[in-house]
Design a protein around this ligand. Structure first.
Ligand code: HEM
Ligand code: HEM
Length: 232
């Protein structure tokens, strides 16, 4: 069978992935150390919100294998995959479920973080949109969800190691170079996801960052006028 090299992951997907990994290391470290680093934690978390918004938009307007319509699996394809009957390019059906799971827990983490407070000096930029009780509740969930994220990331990395060592399929290389060697003559290189799509997804990310940093919240009331100094 003829081996060919085709493009499967476009550049935005790859930059999204490795930027997410870098930012995740940053938010975990700053979140766990706490103290004054919590301010950096908030900033890095907002950057993750922007990345996630970009990826959601890119899942609609991006290139072939980046699209949700391409990889969100039905029960049939998961069963076929488990029976070893799935042949395809891009995220396999089980991998796709883990990708969706990761995106969902990350969205929850960012959402809860935005209204969280550390009971000392830091409040998420949307803290004013909820009551103190709701903020405390979501802060608790934010802390607990950390461990779910840790578990899913560990599973994600273990699955990739399993693919590399047991199935002899290196998934990391395509996530770096964008290309994969395929044998299936019907496999098509990724298409679409051009400049217009990129600008659109970037705009979605920009608007998201504006909203999550409080763009829609009414401005706090102006400080009371300075008292005039008594002339004695
Ligand atoms: C905080 C850590 C990580 C998170 C949150 C994360 C998240 C994700 C997400 C959301 C995707 C889907 C990509 C997309 O369609 O846009 C993905 C795919 C992928 N990730 Fe990660 N990742 C992490 C760490 C890693 C590490 C350390 C590696 C390398 C060992 C890795 C290798 C990959 C590969 C190879 C894929 C593509 C899988 C496939 O071919 O279906 N990830 N990751
Ligand atoms: C994916 C993104 C995020 C991850 C993985 C994450 C992770 C964490 C972790 C590990 C902690 C420490 C938990 C503990 O000490 O038990 C934490 C705490 C915290 N995070 Fe995040 N975070 C994220 C996003 C955000 C965002 C966007 C904000 C706000 C802008 C935020 C605000 C906070 C606050 C206020 C705390 C302190 C909670 C407390 O003291 O009880 N986080 N986060």
């Amino acid at each position: 069978m003829n081996k060919r090299t085709i493009r499967i992951w476009d550049l935005p997907v790859r930059v999204f992935h490795w930027a997410l990994v870098a930012l995740m290391i940053g938010v975990f470290t700053t979140g766990l150390i706490g103290g004054n680093l919590i301010f950096w934690h908030g900033r890095l978390g907002v950057a993750i919100a922007g990345l996630l918004a970009f990826r959601l938009a890119w899942g609609i307007v991006g290139s072939t294998y980046a699209r949700f319509a391409h990889f969100v699996p039905g029960p049939g394809s998961v069963l076929a995959y488990l029976r070893g009957q799935w042949t395809g390019i891009g995220h396999n059906p089980l991998g796709a479920l883990s990708v969706l799971g990761l995106l969902a827990v990350l969205l929850f983490q960012v959402g809860s973080g935005l209204v969280a407070n550390d009971d000392i000096a830091f409040e998420g930029p949307l803290y004013a949109a909820v009551s103190k009780n709701t903020s405390d509740w979501l802060t608790g969930l934010h802390r607990q969800n950390t461990w779910i994220i840790g578990g899913l990331v560990a599973l994600h990395v273990l699955a990739i190691l399993f693919y590399a060592h047991v199935k002899k399929d290196n998934l990391v290389k395509p996530m770096i170079t964008g290309t994969k060697e395929v044998y299936d003559p019907a496999a098509k290189p990724a298409q679409g996801g051009g400049l217009v799509s990129f600008i659109l997804a970037l705009a979605v990310a920009g608007v998201t960052i504006w909203v999550v940093t409080g763009g829609l919240l009414s401005a706090p009331p102006p400080p009371p006028p300075a008292q005039s100094v008594p002339a004695w």
